[in-house]
Design a binder for this molecule. Structure first.
Ligand SMILES: [Ca+2]
Length: 124
């Protein structure tokens, strides 16, 4: 039991009001999206829990690690507080506004000295 509590405490960095932002895996959706303008799964959302309101920066890289695009802030899903959640979004376009090729892309969100990464898939 004490080992479990220790593990949980480590995972969440204790319960201080200053703990970092987080991006649970199920807050990235749809993980496979189709940016073709048909109104169905055209963008991927990143719902970042950010209670400290850290200044965040989000980037997309291709599978070779080349920078592709920025993830932009969209809106607040809940008001600032312990569960403050910011919605960030990527529309599947590169920095020139062109829709990227189908494939696996890596997202990276940084802020407050922390970073979270994962993958999404652009399908066509
Ligand atoms: Ca679509």
């Amino acid at each position: 039991m004490s080992a479990l509590l220790l593990t949980v405490g480590s995972m969440f960095g204790a319960w201080s009001p200053a703990f970092a932002f987080s991006l649970p895996k199920d807050h990235v959706f749809p993980r496979i999206f189709t940016p073709n303008g048909d109104g169905i799964n055209d963008v991927v959302y990143f719902n970042v829990v950010n209670p400290s309101l850290d200044s965040l920066e989000g980037k997309i890289y291709d599978a070779n690690g080349n920078p592709v695009a920025s993830i932009r802030f969209d809106s607040y899903l809940s008001v600032p507080g312990s569960d403050a959640t910011e919605r960030w979004v990527w529309d599947g376009k590169d920095g020139n506004g062109n829709t990227v090729r189908a494939g696996i892309y890596i997202y990276e969100i940084r802020g407050g000295g922390d970073v979270v990464t994962g993958t999404v898939v652009v399908a066509k």
